[in-house]
Design a protein around this ligand. Structure first.
Ligand SMILES: Cc1cc2nc3c(=O)[nH]c(=O)nc-3n(C[C@H](O)[C@H](O)[C@H](O)COP(=O)(O)O)c2cc1C
Ligand code: SF4
Ligand code: SF4
Length: 422
């Protein structure tokens, strides 16, 4: 039996999958349908001051024919009234008492925070998420990422929220900073019980090349939006892991950004998050995407003998180290399984023009050959090969003892180029 339940900063959830604060968590009926579909929890679309949205407001990045591989928006926080939202939160909590509702909030003065927090908790919020991440519209008014980018403001507003809250407070961090760690530490100093990350990345998604206006177009103008979706997962993974391995941090993490399936979700858990939030994939494909996440996670846990999600959380963090600690003498080479090769020659082109010119066509066959003495083990051919398992990167014993750049600097350990470097 595997137990999918999780606990993030004192917020219990039947499984680690939460809707992120965004259009899929905009109303009671939506969140109720999501819970019926299997989502563990939901972070309600951000409540705050009254706003008006623009039209249009989304943009998609097509990568090699895959529409929506990246996604952007210039939407603000909720445009529905506070009263209606609070009524629907209370109703949803009454219907689904086991599923946590985390209410996302964004406002300005301490009085506004106190009032919003009290009303959210009275409506049944199991936790609060402070939106310090919105990179458009709200930051120009001194909210959103304007707070998330400034550690002193982050700490001060977090401390207000913690003072006025009787439920756990998560601080949602912006990725629009060069190093996430000081911002996580600021939230910790403010008393946050946990953090969630990432919010969206400041970006221009594309340009209408006939009208000479970036997307999404609002009449004759556009503006920078927030980038998210599958394409941002690597950035999210790095930021989650950077906080998870920071010894002075130690707060629970709710991971967000580019999660499209169970495998992505497991990666986020392995790098230190105890819950995983999803927005874009639900926007593009609906609440049903959680089926794959639930089934896949259970199968993965069975295969690895994990009994609880807590046993997965952070398992890959110790292996995330500095470049200077990597073994300079560890060596791999590419090997082709001729029985799987379809002879497409993609690896030949990639290695010749983008790597070390060591995969060669062979007369009389479409299966190329690899000159292992010249191969530097860069992975490029494996990445371009369209057949799963056809090119394997294989570790080889080159007889050299382990050393690293840091050892070289500290102890004078010798380093010398390996084969394939001319
Ligand atoms: C259309 C749209 C609206 C969003 N609105 C909010 C919001 O109101 N509050 C918030 O904290 N994040 C908001 N987000 C950010 C998401 O919650 C999430 O952090 C981000 O999209 C990354 O996750 P993803 O890659 O799964 O989409 C919004 C994202 C999108 C695409
Ligand atoms: S691993 Fe790199 S260097 Fe080696 S064969 Fe593949 S592309 Fe060429
Ligand atoms: S990319 Fe893969 S399938 Fe294509 S020729 Fe190279 S080894 Fe064969």
């Amino acid at each position: 039996m595997v137990d999918l339940s999780t606990n993030t900063a004192g917020i219990w959830s039947p499984n680690p999958f939460w809707l992120a604060s965004a259009p899929p968590a905009n109303s009671g009926l939506q969140v109720q349908r999501a819970f019926e579909a299997g989502w563990g929890g939901a972070v309600w679309k951000t409540l705050g001051v009254a706003i008006q949205n623009v039209s249009s407001r989304f943009g998609g990045h097509t990568i090699h024919g895959v529409k929506g591989a990246g996604f952007s928006n210039i939407e603000l926080i909720t445009d529905r009234s506070l009263e209606v939202n609070l009524k629907e939160i209370a109703e949803t909590k009454r219907l689904f008492p086991r599923n946590p509702i985390i209410v996302s909030l964004m406002c300005e003065s301490e009085d506004e925070w106190r009032d919003l927090i009290k009303r959210s908790i009275d409506a049944g919020a199991d936790g609060l998420e402070l939106n310090f991440g919105c990179p458009h519209g709200m930051c120009e008014r001194g909210m959103g990422s304007a707070v998330g980018q400034e550690p002193k403001l982050n700490e001060r507003i977090t401390s207000w929220a913690v003072r006025h809250s009787t439920v756990p407070v998560l601080v949602k961090l912006t990725p629009n900073v060069s190093d996430i760690v000081p911002h996580g530490l600021a939230a910790k100093r403010g008393g946050a019980h946990g953090v969630s990350l990432i919010n969206t990345i400041k970006s221009i998604i594309s340009v209408d090349i006939d009208r000479f206006v970036p997307h999404p177009r609002v009449g004759a103008l556009s503006t920078n939006g927030g980038y998210c979706g599958a394409a941002v997962k690597p950035i999210a993974l790095h930021m989650v892991a950077a906080l998870a391995r920071e010894k002075s941090f130690g707060l629970p993490i709710s991971g967000i950004g580019g999660v499209t399936n169970w495998r992505d979700a497991v990666e986020v858990l392995l790098l230190g998050a105890s819950t995983v939030q999803v927005c874009t994939e639900v926007m593009l494909r609906g609440y049903g995407v959680v089926d794959d996440m639930l089934d896949g996670l259970q199968e993965y846990m069975r295969a690895h003998n994990f009994e609880s999600v807590a046993q997965i959380v952070g398992r890959a963090v110790p292996a995330f180290s500095e470049w200077g600690d990597l073994d300079l003498n560890y060596e791999t080479v590419a090997r082709i399984d001729a029985t799987k090769c379809i002879g497409c020659q993609l690896c030949v082109a990639a290695c010749h023009d983008g790597a070390h010119q060591c995969i060669h066509p062979v007369e009389g066959t479409r299966v190329p050959t690899i000159d292992e003495d010249e191969c530097v083990g860069c992975n490029l051919c494996e990445i371009v090969c369209p057949v799963e398992g056809c090119i394997e990167m294989t570790a080889v014993d080159n007889g050299r003892v382990e050393t690293s750049w840091n050892k070289h600097c500290q102890e004078g350990a010798s380093i010398r180029p390996k084969k394939g470097v001319h």
